[in-house]
Design a protein around this ligand. Structure first.
Ligand SMILES: NC(=O)c1ccc[n+]([C@@H]2O[C@H](COP(=O)([O-])OP(=O)(O)OC[C@H]3O[C@@H](n4cnc5c(N)ncnc54)[C@H](OP(=O)(O)O)[C@@H]3O)[C@@H](O)[C@H]2O)c1
Length: 307
């Protein structure tokens, strides 16, 4: 099968397609024939060596997949022909940019029936990050005032819709070219992060969802008892202490595979409450171009590879 590997850290040029052995599913695993695989900023950080999660190369790249079960190992909870999606093995290597991935059947979920594979692949890592922060850690509920940084991005555009689906009042930070987009996702208020000081514009938020390392500024807009969710990879370890000392709650998120949450997300997608936005697709051979775009830091929604 074909898969994208890298033999050294570096720019997009280190990504190369290689022929490799098709994996065999072990007990409890499914072999997924991958139709699409999404690109996340973490793929770019790992590729460059900025976030050496996988140790030294060589290794296979990528996590988000959507596809069809080709083989099921003994005890796996899917059958041949089932459509599934997920982010198996994260943060260990999964080689998701590939024609086949063998995955523990509890690390993938049934794909939303209303979506094609390209849109389903856009969901797992980004939407689970938003879900694990907003729903599982913060328990966001109807009427909560939720401030979302980086609202037009991969994680942010799911965070807006997940908060909204739970009845929250959503305040979204985005550049003006993205304002109609985030309003269309359900944001009640929109702030231009380039020209407006959000610490002046927002008061008494119940929840802040921070992906921009602005933890201390975000703390200042939370009501007493409010929750600061941080998904920043290299967050200041003392931030949690300052947040708790100020009488607010801190939730640091490092996303994990979670089939039950992916099924809950699929239900909201099929009910029309969440829709992934795919800005552009690239064939597997052009994974490097997809990485360049994601590395720009200004993609709206997601970039997906077709396999
Ligand atoms: N902890 C975890 O488990 C976890 C999981 C997933 C992601 N993350 C991290 O979370 C971050 C966001 O991930 P993502 O996938 O959402 O990234 P992304 O899709 O690349 O984010 C792009 C968006 O960020 C916006 N943006 C760029 N600079 C900004 C700024 N200074 N202030 C506000 N918005 C800004 C852009 O908006 P404009 O175009 O309007 O400028 C763009 O829409 C990344 O650092 C990623 O590594 C962490």
């Amino acid at each position: 099968m074909r898969a994208v590997f890298q033999k050294s850290f570096g720019g997009p040029e280190v990504l190369e397609i290689a022929e490799t052995e098709r994996p065999k599913p072990l007990p409890g695993e499914v072999l997924v024939k991958v139709h699409a695989s999404a690109v996340n900023p973490v793929d770019v950080f790992v590729r460059s060596g900025a976030f050496p999660l996988l140790g030294e190369p060589p290794f296979g790249v990528g996590w988000d997949i959507s596809g069809v079960v080709e083989e099921a190992g003994p005890g796996a909870r899917f059958e041949v022909g089932d459509e599934v999606y997920g982010m198996p093995f994260f943060p260990r290597a999964a080689t998701g940019y590939a024609e086949y991935v063998a995955a523990p059947s509890r690390q993938v979920a049934r794909k939303p029936a209303s979506l094609d594979h390209v849109h389903a692949a856009a969901i797992p890592l980004a939407a689970l990050t938003a879900w694990q922060g907003l729903v599982q850690a913060a328990g966001v509920k109807a009427g909560d005032r939720v401030l979302i940084h980086r609202a037009a991005g991969g994680v942010g555009h799911f965070a807006v819709q997940i908060a909204k689906a739970h009845g929250a009042h959503v305040i979204a930070m985005a550049s003006p070219a993205r304002h109609d987009f985030v309003r269309g996702l359900g944001a009640n208020e929109v702030i231009d992060y380039r020209t407006t000081d959000f610490t002046e514009a927002v008061k008494d938020a119940d929840v802040v969802f921070d992906s921009t390392a602005q933890g201390d500024l975000s703390l200042g807009v939370l009501r007493p008892g409010g929750v600061l969710i941080s998904i920043v990879e290299h967050a200041d370890p003392e931030l949690a202490v300052r947040v708790e000392a100020a009488g607010r709650r801190f939730a640091g998120i490092s996303v994990e595979p979670d089939y039950a949450a992916l099924e809950a997300i699929a239900d909201l997608v099929d009910a029309g409450l969440i829709r992934p936005h795919v800005e552009e697709t690239f064939p597997l051979e052009e994974a490097g171009k997809a990485h360049e775009l994601v590395a720009s830091g200004h993609v709206r929604g997601k970039i997906v590879l077709t396999v």
